[in-house]
Design a protein around this ligand. Structure first.
Ligand code: ATP
Ligand code: MG
Length: 165
């Protein structure tokens, strides 16, 4: 459905800010333009919540999470940046796999199933988008998500949906 992405992100932040504050993590949002896009709200909310939750969980004391929104003619972009513990290079290719968790003592102390990013990735792919990670150990992590403003289903996809498969 046509969705105001700014509102969707604000709702997520409203829910997660109290959790972040308990850990003295500051969350900020940067967005310049209203973004309207055809998305599955539930899936997109879950996808972005997972990224921000990770930014809070794998952070340092008095750290920050910065979310920024952008848009052009074809896509909108969501960037989630944190000042956290970072992800070792050799793990970066695997973190989107189900149940994969970085085997560092600090992230092991923190609870989790290792499903969050797998869910995020599949939700982004359902929207025909792309997700990337940039990270430096000990410095922080940035996830970027790019999603088409409007995706027109192929005839094949429409037929599959109509037949309920
Ligand atoms: P769940 O999200 O299911 O509660 P999880 O957070 O462990 O558990 P994912 O969200 O899939 O699982 O993340 C996989 C692993 O990638 C994490 O266990 C952590 O080691 C690493 N990771 C993910 N996001 C970050 C981040 N922002 N900073 C540092 N490490 C991260
Ligand atoms: Mg997670």
């Amino acid at each position: 459905e046509d969705t105001n992405i700014n509102d969707l992100i604000n709702l997520i932040l409203k829910r997660l800010r109290p959790i972040a504050e308990k850990q003295q993590i500051d969350i900020s949002l940067e967005s310049y333009k209203p973004i309207i896009a055809q998305v599955d709200r539930t899936k997109l909310t879950l996808a972005i919540s997972n990224l921000i939750e990770n930014g809070i969980k794998y952070n340092k004391e008095k750290g920050w999470v910065h979310v920024s929104l952008n848009v052009d003619n074809t896509y909108f972009y969501i960037k989630v940046e944190d000042s956290g513990i970072g992800i070792p290079k050799e793990d970066q290719d695997h973190i989107f796999e189900r149940f994969y968790r970085v085997d560092k003592s600090h992230s092991r102390e923190i609870g989790g199933t290792g499903l969050g990013l797998a869910i995020t990735r599949s939700a982004v792919l359902v929207h025909h988008g792309a997700i990337r990670v940039y990270s430096r150990l000990g410095e922080g992590t940035t996830f970027t998500v790019r999603i088409p403003l409007k995706y027109t289903k192929t005839g094949k996809e429409q037929a599959a949906e109509a037949s309920g498969t």
